[in-house]
Design a protein around this ligand. Structure first.
Ligand code: GCU
Length: 465
């Protein structure tokens, strides 16, 4: 590849989310875009193969097909076939078989065991030394959102790249707080679908059966609902931390720490990198007098719903999360055969979200061989409140029931820590809140976070002053 076009590709991978589409359809831009996407695809396949080689795996099982119900590998939606591995690891039994009977045993022994398993096998480890981030406020604007006067700060988190100047990582963040606030306010931070220059990508193309989100603005927007509570909102741009494709794994924060080399099987993937970025945003919030850094919620939808639950689980300063349609790789039990399955996430389109080791569970191992499952990811959030959400019509891919089951199975840990598990254990009717400090609600729409915002904000309001 010529040097110039390689540099262009590097820049595009670094700031491209696989959802992003830009340029005019049909024109020279679109030819260039196709070329870029082909190159990303190629580099991604190479990186995926490299990881397979490191794992000594020659092939993995095929993922579920969410587009064609007649396909031999069509996604399963028959509940009688959805639980081939019904036994979950017990979050309250130590590896040595002893029961976890006190909060102290949970914190000192059992939680670290669970964290180690997630680190090694599922999401990957964060490196011991990650370069420092220096936040720069690039603009402060007084503006109106609806009727409310807000102060919006745009920020760049410059990651120190003196160890490997070939890779630059500049984290993009914006935070808006009510102009008339009399003190620091809670902030809801979203993993946002926003791109450099402020352009919003169109709705994502249907990937492997995931329905597109319903188009059109909603009134009031989630930001306006947040302002109505007297709170602030923030948006962090995941693609500015780590690209949303396998080609990008030798760039972004993961590539910077690895000095441009491919990952090892237990290195972190994009979900943990995005969660790390959100944690750096909290570093900044701790210095901003307009923000109550002890009352930060993280929100994300779909792949960013996965990032949101990973962020809450791993970042103890995060107060709560709205986890929307996170599905496989998020709150859904990996042991479930419903909608998207492990094999899809282990494939070359999505493996970059996870540790390389995750691929093993799509062959030669199976889901039941995982030392942990997602109920224990939710348990890692305890005792902090978490709100888990999915849609009904057309959101089957994310397996709302599998997420509900995980939330139920996390309950005993909440209880041990003096908090409320969900009040019900039977899958609730649509639009019925399964309430507790771990809570679940399935809205009646599709693949979207819009309908559950009011319920989440009421939920968060119980905890934020
Ligand atoms: C795909 C993928 C899901 C993911 C979704 C999204 O459908 O299979 O795991 O959540 O994209 O992020 O939009």
């Amino acid at each position: 590849m010529k040097k110039l076009s390689y540099l262009f590709l590097v820049a595009v991978i670094a700031c491209t989310n696989s959802h992003a589409q830009f340029g005019r359809p049909g024109g020279a831009d679109s030819a260039q875009r196709r070329k870029t996407q082909d190159s990303i695809r190629q580099l991604t396949e190479q990186d995926h193969q490299n990881m397979m080689d490191q794992l000594h795996i020659t092939s993995i099982r095929q993922g579920a097909n969410g587009n064609d119900p007649k396909a031999p590998n069509a996604a399963n939606y028959d509940e009688s076939k959805a639980n081939p591995f019904p036994n979950l690891p017990d979050p309250l039994v130590l590896k040595n078989g002893k029961p976890v009977t006190t909060a102290k045993i949970w914190w000192d022994k059992r939680r670290p065991e669970i964290v180690e398993d997630f680190d090694r096998e599922i999401y990957g480890r964060m490196p011991k030394h990650i370069p420092k981030v220096t936040w720069e406020v690039t603009s402060t604007t007084n503006e109106k959102n609806g009727d409310v006067d807000v102060i919006t700060k745009k920020l760049i988190g410059h990651v120190d790249n003196s160890s490997y100047p070939g890779i630059t990582v500049d984290i993009q963040l914006s935070v808006s707080t009510p102009a008339n606030a009399t003190g620091p306010v809670p902030v809801i931070m979203q993993f946002g679908f926003i791109f450099p220059g402020g352009a919003r990508p169109p709705a994502p193309p249907p990937v492997a059966g995931a329905p597109t989100r319903p188009a059109g603005p909603t009134t009031p927007s989630w930001q306006q609902q947040v302002l109505a509570k007297g709170w602030g909102y923030a948006i962090i741009v995941p693609g500015s931390i780590q690209a949303d494709n396998g080609a990008g794994l030798t760039q972004g924060i993961i590539g910077l720490v690895n000095k441009g080399q491919p990952r090892k099987p237990d290195d972190w993937g994009s979900l943990r990198a995005w969660a790390w970025g959100a944690d750096r945003a909290i570093d900044y919030f701790e210095t901003d007098k307009a923000v109550n850094a002890k009352e930060i919620a993280i929100e994300g939808h779909s792949r960013y719903g996965k990032a949101a639950i990973v962020a809450l689980a791993y970042n103890p300063r995060m107060a709560t999360a709205y986890v929307s349609s996170s599905g496989e790789g998020g709150a859904k039990l990996h042991r479930r055969n419903a909608g998207e399955i492990v094999e899809n996430v282990a494939g070359s389109n999505e493996y970059h979200w996870m540790a390389g080791n995750f691929i093993k569970y799509a062959g030669p191992l199976n889901w039941g061989d995982m030392p942990v499952d997602s109920h224990e990811l939710i348990a890692m959030c305890a005792p902090r409140p978490v709100f888990i959400s999915g849609g009904e019509k057309g959101d089957g891919w994310v397996d709302a029931r599998g997420m509900f089951m995980a939330a139920v199975a996390a309950g005993p840990v909440y209880k041990l820590l003096g908090k409320k598990e969900m009040a019900i254990t039977q899958f609730p009717p649509v639009e019925t809140l399964a309430d507790g400090d771990v809570a679940f609600r399935q809205h009646s729409s599709g693949h979207t976070d819009v309908p559950n915002w009011p319920t989440f904000l009421t939920f968060a309001g119980r905890y934020f002053k």
